[in-house]
Write a protein that binds this ligand. Structure first.
Ligand SMILES: *[C@@H]1O[C@H](CO)[C@@H](O)[C@H](O)[C@H]1NC(C)=O
Ligand SMILES: *[C@@H]1O[C@H](CO)[C@@H](O)[C@H](O)[C@H]1NC(C)=O
Length: 235
């Protein structure tokens, strides 16, 4: 079984497309908030990558990856972000604009713990997702952000795939999950496409960080994985 979340699902689809022999090693795939089509964030991608030219400018300043210096992080966490309730907090407002708003599942304590552990992100990673968003194609990064579009061949996915989305996930929006569903359905590989849980505000981050992630998502998910295993696994 393979269970992936967000970028962890991107890696799966890239791998199966490029190295189809890996299909033999997987029984079934549960994709949480799959990041394959991202046309809904096209405007954001154009703003960050084309208008602001953020990665290019940062690279030319010698910043080789998206990294937050620990003193800067400290300043943000202690003095600027996460001061009040999330609804009054500018940082959370910005985050919610991208991932969808869910005030009730927000956990302030957990957020600072996570942020203090933030790791650098390659600019190319952002550029790759940006290229996917801007072109509307699940394309490789190979020729660069503005280079040739080289679609991954999703017909090479040969295992049953369950697509689970958040009802209020603005980043991997339902419209884009449905595009992927149609694509997988063409080759008979779509096991299911449905909301990950009934929580109306379930956003992109809730899959990992929701206050009640255990009852809302994880426990039912374990049962679902068992079901798929007995359906497709070894007798
Ligand atoms: C994609 O893969 C399928 C088989 O998995 C193959 O039949 C098809 O020709 C491929 N498409 C392209 C554009 O390479
Ligand atoms: C998948 O294909 C079947 C048969 O063509 C169709 O009835 C069903 O609506 C499709 N589902 C999706 C999500 O595209």
């Amino acid at each position: 079984m393979y269970v992936g979340y967000s970028m962890g699902t991107t890696s799966f689809f890239v791998t199966m497309s490029e190295r189809p022999e890996y299909n033999d090693k997987i029984i079934s795939f549960v994709a949480l908030a799959p990041a394959v089509y991202l046309s809904n964030i096209k405007l954001l991608a154009i703003t960050v990558l084309k208008t602001l030219e953020l990665p290019a400018r940062m690279r030319s300043q010698g910043m080789i990856s998206l990294t937050l210096r620990s003193d800067l992080l400290d300043l943000l966490i202690r003095n600027i972000c996460f001061q009040n309730k999330p609804e009054d907090d500018i940082c959370m407002r910005l985050v919610y604009m991208v991932v969808g708003e869910d005030l009730e599942q927000y956990d302030k304590e957990l957020t600072s713990v996570i942020l203090y552990r933030a790791q650098p992100v390659s600019w190319r990673q952002l550029e790759h997702f940006g290229k996917v968003a801007i072109t509307g194609v699940f394309t490789s990064w190979e020729d660069g952000l503005w280079g040739a579009v080289k679609p991954y061949n999703l017909s090479n996915v040969k295992v049953p795939v369950a697509l689970l989305y958040g009802k209020n996930d603005h980043l991997t929006d339902k419209s884009q999950i449905m595009r992927l569903a149609v694509k997988l359905n063409e080759t008979g590989m779509l096991e299911t496409v449905r909301p990950a849980c009934d929580w109306e505000k379930f956003n992109h981050l809730d899959f990992v960080f929701a206050r009640q992630v255990g009852t809302l998502l994880t426990k039912p998910l374990v049962d679902y994985i068992k079901t798929l295993f007995s359906k497709y696994g070894p007798p």
